[in-house]
Design a protein around this ligand. Structure first.
Ligand code: PDD
Length: 287
């Protein structure tokens, strides 16, 4: 089925949507993005994703071409036009298309930012079979740039990380810097030891996950203990449980790290409970 996508003010069939070859997103990875999940045809954690988009734009001096009311309107219209019950909405804003390639930023009054949105239909997203078995990860060195708190479209190294994982016969990679886990290729990483949930503190080294924020709040409300600090791969191997969070996977148990089985090698009770709470609460709050 041909999707209807949104490009710079127009709703178009996906094969008619066009972006200039001079677009700075294409030439310079000069762009930011968000992925918002859809359950029951509604947007999950939309306010958080919109707020992070504004923050990313401010950090890069990038003008957003739409306001927040228009943004939710476009999301909702695409979900409706494409009949999405479960899936994702991808949004990307770049610094637009100047007349030629140039390292210097163009004048935003002359070159408007580009905005693109499209949906991804994922029936069964909430009932993912991987959540029942858990996923396996390897560790790789984190060689990304120093502003990972900004959600930019420079995803080459995370893509390479996924390929390293694939080659190693596992599902994903956790990145390690100065001996400590930063995050997964496209998710935040957690371990559970003696009932305490441990996940890296926020900073420039990781993306402040919108799912992370919600999950930590739900964990605290459920009287679970949370420690925001960095941890090593050895600690992960010795943990009772491990998991990752993201808009596209919600809470996903991790059952193996660098070939070492975590806990019983099956999704643990904390990750399983947090997934249930997250899905239940975020469905209730969906817009
Ligand atoms: N990735 N860390 C990184 C590096 C990410 O790319 C993501 C999200 C997260 C989790 O953030 P959130 O909970 O807000 O989704 C953490 C999205 C899903 C992606 O690139 O597809």
């Amino acid at each position: 089925m041909t999707r209807t996508v949104y490009v710079n003010g127009e709703y178009l069939p996906e094969n008619e949507a066009k972006i200039s070859i001079f677009d700075r997103g294409f030439l310079m990875a000069d762009g930011i993005y968000e992925v918002t999940s859809v359950l029951d045809g509604k947007l999950i954690d939309f306010a958080g994703h919109a707020a992070r988009l504004e923050r990313s734009a401010n950090e890069l001096d990038l003008a957003l071409p739409v306001d927040m009311d228009e943004l939710i309107e476009i999301h909702r219209k695409l979900v409706e036009l494409n009949g999405i019950e479960e899936g994702m909405v991808y949004l990307q804003v770049t610094r637009g298309a100047p007349a030629d390639r140039d390292f210097a930023f163009p004048d935003p009054d002359e070159v408007p930012s580009s905005i693109v949105l499209f949906t991804q239909n994922k029936p069964g997203l909430a009932e993912s079979p991987a959540a029942k078995t858990g996923i396996k990860v390897i560790s790789i060195e984190d060689v990304r740039w120093g502003r990972r708190d900004i959600k930019t479209v420079q995803l080459l190294y995370p893509s390479m990380g996924k390929m390293m994982a694939k080659k190693a016969g596992v599902d994903d990679a956790w990145m390690v810097e100065d001996g400590k886990v930063t995050e997964g290729t496209s998710n935040n990483a957690y371990i559970v030891k003696n009932g305490t949930i441990i996940t890296r503190h926020l900073g420039n080294e990781i993306l402040a996950g919108i799912t992370r924020n919600a999950v930590l709040r739900f964990a605290q409300e459920a009287q679970m203990k949370v420690e925001e600090r960095s941890f090593t791969i050895d600690e992960a191997k010795d943990a009772d449980e491990a998991f990752v969070t993201s808009a596209s996977t919600f809470v996903m148990p991790v059952v193996e790290v660098d070939g070492a089985q975590i806990g019983e090698g099956t999704p643990g009770p904390v990750a399983t409970r947090l997934r249930e709470i997250y899905l239940e609460e975020s469905r209730k709050a969906a817009v």
